[in-house]
Design a protein around this ligand. Structure first.
Ligand code: C5P
Ligand code: ZN
Length: 482
């Protein structure tokens, strides 16, 4: 599908209507639909939004949630009885495999925001913000794209805007301090539907629900050196700031007055910069925060960042169905289950991060990239989060992108790469670098300019990193291919 002319918002909405029409035709036929989505907060909310929209439309459908879309998955999906496959928050970068394995037999809808391959087919309906002038790494999440299609199916689905905001925050698309582009439009609709409220504040986990020392120690992204995961240091830090005292022990962020909050913000930014965080990450600790007005006041789900943190923990700790159930509206024991999973997730993350801290000699610094191999010390589904967290530490150089490897169970290697927006402004595109290097060594890769991933054969790491270095060198000297 190609749409030309009009404003980016109008043309992307026209495309969403065309996608919705494809889905509607299969609902009317009574064909079962297979939804395949990504396991992180953005993927789970994308699946939740579409699932709710399909449920309301009386469709028959099944979900599959995957860590990433690999050839083997696509092959196994193709064996099923489904006439329509809907991929959300993934698929745009794997259209070549989808074309080869699924399109000969069935119809496909791809609703994604990752860097797309430009493949057309009469049985493919593909919607991606990059085709309409929106940057999929910061202006449109998978969940915003799914919301757009859900509201094109039925405008009554506008109440799902809150879930779309959770997905966008989960993918850190608010890192400039506010939601932008298509995400900002979704926020506006969410506010009109009385589903969300935006205000400026410190962006901590549990700002409504947790005593401040716990909220600080539980904040994973951004990682705050010496604070994240360190409850006793948080108590000391807040006591030194005269925010905590024996008679004011359980204060939450929302209980502070303006002057106390300002004192806390200044000290946190200073602490992050002294601890090695790039200034854009340190400054990103303040900005818009989003309250989900339909959720209970004392619930973690009331704050978009905390909600996203719970979902990410579920997805990355082998419990995607718990996260998905929450997105579909279940507020029973699954929420308790998700909180337990988050506790476990924090422990595992802190173990992996400690390994990086204690093995700084394992970090190799090339001219354009720095990299480390977590081998079996970092779990494959945590390596992306650990890499993001490690970027805020002194042991890495924030002027170079970082690439991390970890062994997978299937004798392949998982790769995660992260960079700062400043580097992207200078020409860096990690999705492009990882896609081409992975392809050259017989793997797959892609993602966004600022955060990308890959899976490559074991033993190809040295060749892969050389190719990434070469590709980034070209990008930074203005010779990149995109
Ligand atoms: O896995 P990780 O968190 O490092 O991935 C970073 C980004 O790259 C995510 O948005 C993920 O969906 C994307 N990715 C991709 N293709 C891959 C691996 C990751 O598009 N093969
Ligand atoms: Zn996403």
């Amino acid at each position: 599908m190609k749409f030309v002319g009009g404003t980016p918002l109008a043309t992307i909405q026209t495309c969403a209507q065309a996608v919705a029409k494809v889905i509607k035709d299969f609902i009317i036929k009574g064909s079962p639909i297979r939804i395949i989505s990504h396991y992180d907060a953005d993927g789970l909310t994308s699946a939740g939004i579409l699932g709710k929209a399909l449920m309301r439309a009386g469709a028959r459908f099944h979900f599959s949630i995957v860590e990433q879309l690999e050839k083997e998955h696509i092959e196994s999906f193709a064996h099923g009885k489904y006439e329509l496959f809907v991929f959300t928050d993934l698929g745009s970068g794997q259209l070549d495999i989808i074309q080869e394995k699924i399109l000969p037999k069935a119809n496909v809808v791809v609703i994604d925001h990752h860097r797309p391959l430009d493949i057309n087919h009469e049985r493919l309906a593909h919607i991606n913000p990059h085709f309409f002038g929106f940057d999929g790494s910061k202006e449109a999440s998978g969940s915003s794209m799914s919301y757009l299609c859900a509201t094109a199916l039925d405008s009554a689905n506008k109440d799902l805007a809150d879930l779309a905001i959770v997905g966008a925050v989960g993918d850190r698309q608010d890192s400039s301090g506010a939601l932008l582009g298509l995400n900002a439009q979704v926020l506006k609709e969410g506010e009109e539907a009385n589903a969300v409220k935006a205000e400026k504040d410190l962006r901590l986990f549990g700002r409504h629900t947790h005593p401040l020392h716990l909220a600080l120690s539980y904040t994973i992204e951004p990682y705050i050196p010496e604070i994240t995961g360190n409850e006793s240091k948080c108590v000391q830090f807040l006591t030194d700031l005269k925010i905590l005292s024996a008679d004011k022990w359980n204060r939450r962020l929302i209980d502070l007055n303006q002057e106390e909050k300002q004192r806390l913000i200044t000290s946190l930014i200073l602490k992050m910069i002294e601890g090695g965080s790039p200034s854009e990450l340190a400054e990103g600790i303040i900005g818009e925060v989003y309250t989900l007005l339909k959720e209970e006041e004392n619930s973690e789900l009331r704050d978009a960042k905390s909600f996203a943190t719970l979902l990410n923990a579920c997805g990355r700790n082998h419990s995607p169905s718990v996260g998905l159930a929450i997105c579909l509206g279940d507020r029973t024991d699954v929420v308790v289950e998700a909180k337990k999973t988050l506790k476990n997730h924090r422990m595992r993350l802190s173990k992996s991060l400690n390994w990086v801290y204690q093995n700084s000699e394992a970090i190799h610094k090339l001219q354009y990239v720095q990299y480390f191999h977590g081998e079996n010390h970092i779990e494959e589904n945590l390596v992306g989060t650990v890499t993001s967290m490690a970027m805020s530490s002194k042991i890495l150089n924030s002027y170079k992108p970082v690439v991390a490897f970890a062994f997978r169970e299937d004798k392949k290697v998982k790769v995660s790469a992260r960079a700062t927006r400043k580097l992207v402004e200078k020409g860096l595109n990690l999705a492009e670098a990882l896609h081409s290097a992975a392809h050259a060594v017989g793997g797959i890769g892609g993602g966004h300019d600022v955060a990308a991933g890959a899976t490559i054969p074991i033993g190809s790491e040295n060749q892969f990193i050389k190719l990434v270095e070469e590709s980034i060198k070209n990008q930074m000297s203005g010779h990149g291919s995109s």
